[in-house]
Write a protein that binds this ligand. Structure first.
Ligand code: ZN
Length: 363
């Protein structure tokens, strides 16, 4: 059996015959893994990731099931066991090559195919260049007065965030979708499908090429540490922002939820109403979204202003929402074969058009 992770978003290290998850640059974070297993067809195997306990969210391994695929299109869940600080992934190999990942990967190649599909349906531009020399891409769609900004994958290991964006774009830019057409008339969308392409390709969990956690850089981004944030903020200053959403995945909680910006200095009743109604509408549009379980709500004035949702909400006096999807499953509607998956992320992304449309009517 041979194991390797030297490819786009690959992450595994073989040391003295043991499997280790490699740290992001900076050495603070790790949890994302993605590798291939070759030459063991027909065998039952147990892979041990021996440093799982040192992961950024070790509690997240409890109840977690890994993703495996033979064709890189269909990914199924297999059982794991978190024991003695190691994560054991047990399954039988049904093909010569099997890929194993923390969540269904979203490759740079697919990112570029998505841009290709958007071309002609929307405008494309690049906000700037990343530290590894990659393009930071933006999709601009619609002609309306309201300005909607949506960014995803500041944390590169949260690949569900880009699946969500693809689901949103495939519906928004589908000329046979009446709601999409109406939204494009009433608003202009600025969508960054991947805020952290360097971290994505490097197989990072949370950081960019300099080791910066981009969602802690919005109070003072710099060209050296966080050019991605600097570029996005500069573009927002040009366009303005009436609604902002930042799309993420959560390692521990098996639910879809939103974290708001109630703790920003300029929070007011109007934004509170808009936020509440948006969440109610989203729950009706897609019952995978729920409002019972989530992070705590910041007290007035106690928002962490280094985070995108808060920083953008304050700067532009709008609501800034952080959407979280699970790495595990939606415990309210579990799927034993797939858990939470790329398809459900895309459906949830497509469903956001409804609450968004209702909100823009009220703004
Ligand atoms: Zn995140």
């Amino acid at each position: 059996m041979h194991i390797s992770g030297s490819f786009d978003s690959g992450n595994i290290e073989l040391r003295d015959g043991e499997l280790h998850i490699r740290h992001d640059v900076g050495g603070e974070h790790m949890q994302w893994f993605h590798f291939r297993v070759t030459g063991a067809r027909g065998e039952a195997c147990t892979l041990r990731l021996v440093n799982a306990k040192a992961a950024s969210y070790p509690e997240a391994w409890e109840g977690y099931r890994a993703c495996v695929s033979s064709d890189r299109k269909a990914w199924r869940r297999v059982d794991t066991r978190y024991i003695g600080g190691a994560l054991e992934i047990a399954f039988s190999l049904e093909s010569e090559v099997v890929w194993v990942a923390y969540f269904t990967p979203y490759s740079l190649e697919r990112h570029m195919e998505l841009l290709g599909w958007c071309q002609g349906r929307a405008r494309l531009d690049r906000l700037g260049t990343t530290l590894d020399g990659r393009d930071l891409d933006r999709v601009i769609a619609g002609t309306g007065d309201k300005v909607v900004w949506i960014i995803a994958r500041q944390h590169p290991g949260e690949s569900m965030a880009q699946w969500w964006v693809e689901g949103l774009l495939r519906r928004l830019l589908d000329s046979s979708d009446a709601l999409g057409r109406r939204l494009l008339d009433s608003a202009t969308f600025h969508i960054v499908p991947n805020m952290n392409p360097d971290g994505s390709v490097r197989g990072h969990l949370r950081c960019n090429a300099s080791g910066a956690n981009l969602n802690r850089e919005w109070h003072e981004p710099s060209a050296e540490r966080s050019p991605e944030v600097l570029h996005a903020l500069a573009a927002m200053d040009v366009s303005g922002v009436d609604f902002f959403m930042d799309v993420h995945g959560d390692e521990e909680l098996p639910y879809v939820f939103i974290s708001g910006c109630e703790g920003v200095p300029g929070w007011d009743e109007q934004r509170g109403r808009d936020d509440r109604l948006f969440r109610d509408d989203y729950e009706r549009a897609c019952p995978d979204f729920q409002q019972v379980i989530g992070y705590g709500v910041d007290k007035p004035g106690e928002a962490n202003m280094s985070m995108a949702g808060n920083a953008v909400a304050e700067r532009f006096s709008c609501i800034g929402l952080t959407l979280e999807m699970p790495f595990k499953d939606n415990a309210n509607a579990p799927d034993s074969d797939h858990g939470w998956c790329a398809r459900r992320s895309m459906r949830l992304g497509a469903a956001v058009l409804q609450p968004l449309s209702a909100l823009l009517d009220r703004l």
